[in-house]
Design a binder for this molecule. Sequence first.
Ligand SMILES: NC(=O)c1ccc[n+]([C@@H]2O[C@H](COP(=O)([O-])OP(=O)(O)OC[C@H]3O[C@@H](n4cnc5c(N)ncnc54)[C@H](OP(=O)(O)O)[C@@H]3O)[C@@H](O)[C@H]2O)c1
Length: 313
Amino acid sequence: MTSSSAEPAPDSGPTSTTSTTTTSTDSASGPGVFELGGTVTIPRLGFGAMQLPGRWSGPAGDTAKAVAVTRRAVELGARYIDTAAFYFSPTHRANDLLREALYPYASDVTIATKVGPLRNETGEMYAEARPDQLRAEVERNLEDLGVDTLDLVHLRVGRLSGGVAESLGERFAVLAALREEGLIRQLGVSNVTSGQLAEARSIAPVAAVQNRFGVLDQGDAALVDECADAGIAYMPFFALGGGHTDLGQENLRKVGERHGATVHQVAIAWGLARSPSIVQIPGTASLAHLEENVAAGRLVLDEDDMALLGRRG
Ligand SMILES: NC(=O)c1ccc[n+]([C@@H]2O[C@H](COP(=O)([O-])OP(=O)(O)OC[C@H]3O[C@@H](n4cnc5c(N)ncnc54)[C@H](OP(=O)(O)O)[C@@H]3O)[C@@H](O)[C@H]2O)c1
């Protein structure tokens, strides 16, 4: 990520990420790397920023803690961070927290954002952006993050509960044009069907798909395999159940006991073993959970583990 030259770094800039290349203990690169769009090398264990601002109805976000978690994620080797301008709570916004933690951004850190859902100041996702509203959404992310070009922008479509089979062509073409203009380096799609991915790919190259998928939630398996065949990164959201699904399932616990690992670590490792196209973006606002999640990059599951956990394809 190259920071905007026009923007001064905030006073509270980072202590450990001011150089152009960050130092790392490389825990997150244990599972290897993915060539994003065939041009950018990222470790397959990244970080999701959605939890950083805190929940709408729950404990408020904590700036110092969120900044510490973000810097630690990068220090531990995460180089792909997923965010959105619509990740905010009554007190905090994910993009502000990332900027406070990491600006000026190290050149080897990729920050991916997404546009599509429109969210009002009461937290309600009230509509999807029309094609003519997408430029403003992209510009909002540029401004929030303090950059001239966004590394990767996903077009996120469909309802919160799942994808809907609607054309995304007109909206994706707007993002493709903004890429041509130099505001975006790479494009992704989120919450899509195979048909919608094909539609997007007919307009411009797609570097990443971000859909719901996890060890207890394998409904999107065919698209995971399709992405692997096409060299497209598949970034599952809710790989840890999103805080909604209990991971205390018997087989997850069994595999965890075999390896001395937690069920959350097994869920992360399962995705990494499931497909070479998967780049994990587990979300957390907790330092302890972050350390645990990154350590999952060193957990290698064998055929017996995968047989127990299932591998729909
Ligand atoms: N495209 C989309 O539609 C979409 C939708 C949702 C999310 N996303 C992206 O995907 C990323 C991941 O999704 P997510 O954060 O919603 O869900 P997730 O990664 O499946 O799970 C996050 C939840 O698990 C908890 N958690 C994390 N690590 C844990 C651990 N080691 N032990 C126990 N609990 C743990 C977190 O709480 P703590 O904070 O307490 O650790 C949080 O409640 C997000 O950050 C966001 O960037 C995209």
